[in-house]
Design a protein around this ligand. Structure first.
Ligand SMILES: [Zn+2]
Length: 191
């Protein structure tokens, strides 16, 4: 496990694709990839350097960069509540897409948000993430929230006809197309 995360760290960088959520709170939640598959799931924030690099990358790639500006990394004492907030964001908004959002998950999200707002400096990633989550809760765009059919990321579908299936067509759309093609070829090859 330690070796695997070392390798991930050495070859990993934040790219526009990793900010496909369309809101900072969702991009933070999406720092865990393949959540639905524990065997292949990876937490990009498990490495502190990667979490710090995420804060720096927001000014280039976050859909809310104009709103929040440059963000400072999460200080060590706020990392645990920040990760609690991340999980609360994922659980609540994922359940909301699935139509299964009970009061308990919303309460968890509000508690995690309050815990961060009480301790975070203005301009820090964790404060902006809390604000982003609260904005999303109250925003009409919540009706455009979806779960990527390939990687399981949360994203806001801002397309005109609300027809997006993938967080990012160039990555997940193509991967899904390739695996469909592969399965078809395999079927055809069978006598
Ligand atoms: Zn995806």
């Amino acid at each position: 496990m330690a070796l695997a995360s070392y390798n991930v760290c050495m070859s990993f960088s934040w790219t526009p694709h990793r900010f496909a959520g369309g809101a900072l709170a969702l991009d933070v939640a999406n720092s865990v990839i393949l959540r639905f598959d524990p065997a292949r799931s990876v937490d990009r924030f498990a490495e502190e350097e990667q979490m710090d690099a995420f804060a720096k990358a927001t000014i280039a790639f976050s859909a809310e960069r104009a709103l929040f500006g440059e963000l400072s990394p999460v200080p060590p004492e706020n990392r645990v509540p920040f990760l609690t907030l991340r999980e609360a964001i994922d659980h609540y908004f994922r359940a909301r897409v699935l139509g299964d959002d009970g009061h308990g998950l919303l309460a968890d999200l509000l508690e995690a948000t309050a815990a961060i707002l009480r301790r975070a400096e203005k301009g820090a990633l964790e404060a902006a993430t809390a604000h982003s989550a609260l904005r999303l809760l109250a925003d009409e765009e919540i009706t455009r929230l979806k779960i990527c059919g390939n990687c399981g990321w949360l994203f806001i579908d801002r397309s005109k006809n609300r027809s997006r299936t993938w967080c990012d067509m160039t990555v997940c759309g193509n991967r899904a197309k390739a695996s469909r093609h592969y399965r078809r070829k395999k079927k055809e090859a069978k006598p």
